[in-house]
Design a protein around this ligand. Sequence first.
Ligand code: NAD
Length: 371
Amino acid sequence: MKIAVAKEVREGESRVAMVPELVGKLTALGYEVAVEPGAGERALASDEDYEGAGAQVTPDAFHGAALVVSVQPLEPSAVRRLAAGTATLSFLPATQSPELVADLRDCGVTAFAMELVPRISRAQSMDALSSQSLVSGYRCAIVAAGLLRRFFPLNMTAAGTVPPAEVVVLGAGVAGLQAIATCKRLGAVVRAYDVRAAAAEEIRSMGAVAIDLELETLEGTGGYAREMTEDRAARQRDLLAPYIANADALITTAAVPGRQAPLLVTAAMVEQMRPGSVVVDLAAESGGNVEGAVPGQVVRIGNAQVWGGANVPSQMPGPASKLYAQNIVNLVTLMTRDGAFDPDFDDEIVAGSCVTHGGQVRHEPTRALLE
Ligand code: NAD
């Protein structure tokens, strides 16, 4: 049986779904691996590296494949060329792309979405949202440190003492905690806030100060946050304003599943920041935590440079691809039975991540959109 590795075609996507180092894990499971030419180029993996690892590099990689792996969903033109019964494994924001889901259904493709892998302990090694958030959180901290024209750490020198930078991180999920950890390693003083009660302990365990706004916490289902009411959002903004005004760098990573990112910081709050301060908004692409942040750009608001994230994991394509490929290997291992790609739809990880199968849309929220 063959697994095909797609060359990503979406603009700005530099990752690849399988790296040469992990091809051997798929061949050990009994698969042939076929890679589209140039698939790993932007992640610094050459066609020769794939061939050296035992893969075949061919423009015809999808032909006869049981499974096609990619980071972004396949383009509709590629979906229509797949034989019925082929499976795909990629990020697939199903409710945001109902037409593509309809194509996958109508072509008889079994499509799995990485963002739908249930966030249970057994699936941690398959969780690409977490692996890619780890990359994003690290990158946000490094961008903030790079844009800030001052030291992160305290320096005590013969010429005098330089105080450490003050960093505020909003949202302490996987990306936020990694941003906190990275800023702490660089020596900054870090304060952080999240709406979930459990986050305060996690923030403290990273050596940061958990900001307590004395507001009600907002736990949703599955360990995620709930959406704020506009009244609570306004109170949160008022209470956060002095922390933000006092920060040299502000990093925002807040998200609520299936919703636009919450607006946590208005332009007026950014205008209160000191000259030379820096804002990094990881959520810029999904609506923005910071008013005025533009994905993929650095804009000036008041005294601050405001950096808007755009496909942030792709900005570190090598490590992001390796972690993603490891998630893929672990999912493929789960879906391989008796040496063949044969997902068990009674398994909650398989069932939970499946969007289309056998000409049906299995992801209920997307099915409802298509009815
Ligand atoms: P996410 O990307 O959905 O959100 C990022 C963070 O933003 C979350 O911590 C959320 O609470 C926070 N947030 C939302 N609204 C906010 C607001 N108004 N103000 C401040 N912060 C706000 O979350 P995530 O990083 O994917 O993870 C969320 C949770 O899921 C965490 O508890 C994490 O530990 C858990 N998790 C579990 C597993 C697993 O068990 N396999 C895997 C990954 C994450």
